[in-house]
Ligand binder design. Structure first.
Ligand code: GMT
Length: 375
């Protein structure tokens, strides 16, 4: 199949899933065309059958804001005609699903089929903004196919947007041959020269990630166990978080790495992963930690209970319950046998339930179904 993949090229989970999916489909022989304003950050190096098409956004003095949506729709049409695309697979409804609808209208019956994958904040946060709600609902309903990354997100989409059409659940996946827990690239001594325990958090540091909770959980762990907190990523909540650490007198044990590309090398350096979010449709970073053999402590919210099994590969606490998360973290880090058991079960669950081959095959079968080629 000739597949167009439209996604955000930045460090968010939706772009990661779109890129890993595209690379895997290309390795299976499909022609994969990424269309975005920049090369997706996980698309590094030459991959046969993978092509990138940059969306040129013209800056015309009359326009206060560049019209990325219109430029994207035009580029999608150009690529579809030049490469005879069968599918547009758009990741994150806003504005990609609406752009796909516009392109579909321009191309008529020559248009590729449109599959929209909803990733989370397009439904739970941004999509519910009154300025986006009607067009989000419309473009979901107009898609030929719709998938979501968790059962939670399916229910939320149906409830909030009143969507009655079929919505297919295809969980996020992880490359368990890339995220293996190997420590060859690990520089734990760099983070913990005194053999301290390493706690990690990776995100876009937006308010939904509850960064103050990450800092306060670490503070309570730090009171009981020699430990370091490693923060990976950047965003508006990073500086306030570091200032909070300073006000608590623990800044010397908080390491901010900024954006990092090689998470498979970084994650195995940690002993525990924190994700105390306000909402998470899935929590891809938690799955990547699990694949690396790192137990997860997270909020019991959204799709996280579908990823983290409380008491088996990590723990779940109510949103904002810093004491619960800190106490469970101390208990796990202080019990070598339980820790080893959790680390083993993390890896097992990532491999058995969320491996890449399974996830990619589900998308491939769905493409065939939407194209009318399904068995
Ligand atoms: O908030 C983020 O982590 C970025 C956001 C995105 O769209 O990239 O992540 C969403 O999609 C990820 C991939 O499907 C999910 O793993 C995240 O849980 C989801 N974020 C939220 O729902 C807050």
């Amino acid at each position: 199949m000739n597949i167009g993949i439209i996604c955000y090229p930045t460090y968010g989970g939706s772009g990661v899933v779109a890129t890993e999916l595209g690379i895997s489909l290309a390795k299976k022989g499909h022609q994969v065309h990424f269309i975005s304003y920049a090369v997706p950050f996980r698309l590094q190096g030459f991959v046969p059958n993978v092509y990138f098409h940059e969306v040129p956004v013209s800056i015309y003095p009359l326009f206060k804001y560049p019209s990325y949506d219109l430029a994207l729709s035009a580029k999608m049409m150009e690529v579809a005609e030049q490469h005879n695309l069968d599918i547009f697979h758009v990741h994150y409804a806003i504005p990609h699903a609406a752009c796909a609808y516009l392109t579909h209208q321009m191309m008529g019956n020559k248009s590729p089929k449109v599959i929209t994958t909803l990733h989370g904040t397009d439904i739970t946060l941004v999509g519910q903004d009154k300025s986006f709600f009607p067009i989000t609902k419309f473009s979901i309903e107009q898609s030929d196919g719709v998938t979501v990354v968790s059962n939670y997100l399916k229910t939320e989409t149906e409830k909030v947007f009143g969507i009655q059409r079929d919505i297919r659940v295809i969980p996020n996946f992880v490359d368990t041959e890339e995220f293996t827990g190997h420590t060859k690239g690990c520089r734990k001594k760099y983070f913990a020269p005194g053999g301290e325990k390493v706690i990690m958090h990776i995100s876009n540091f937006r308010p939904v990630k509850r960064i103050p909770d990450v800092i306060r959980i670490f503070e309570k762990i730090h009171e009981k166990i020699p430990s370091k907190l490693v923060l990976v990523g950047e965003g508006p909540e990073l500086t306030p978080g570091l200032e909070l650490a300073r006000s608590l007198g623990i800044q010397q044990d908080v390491i901010s790495m900024g954006k990092q590309d090689f998470l498979p090398d970084l994650l195995p350096c940690s002993d525990l992963y924190l994700l105390p979010s306000e909402t998470e449709s899935f929590g891809l970073s938690a799955l990547e930690a699990m694949a690396s053999g790192v137990p997860v402590i997270a909020s019991r919210v959204g799709g996280l209970p579908e990823v983290v099994t409380d008491g088996r590969n990590g723990y779940l606490c109510e949103i904002g319950n810093v004491n619960c998360m800190a106490n469970l973290a101390v208990g796990l880090l202080s019990d070598p046998d339980k820790n080893a058991q959790f680390r083993k079960q993390c890896r097992e669950d990532a491999v058995n339930k969320f491996n890449k081959d399974r996830g990619v095959a589900l998308y491939e079968d769905y493409y065939k179904e939407i194209l009318g080629q399904g068995n």
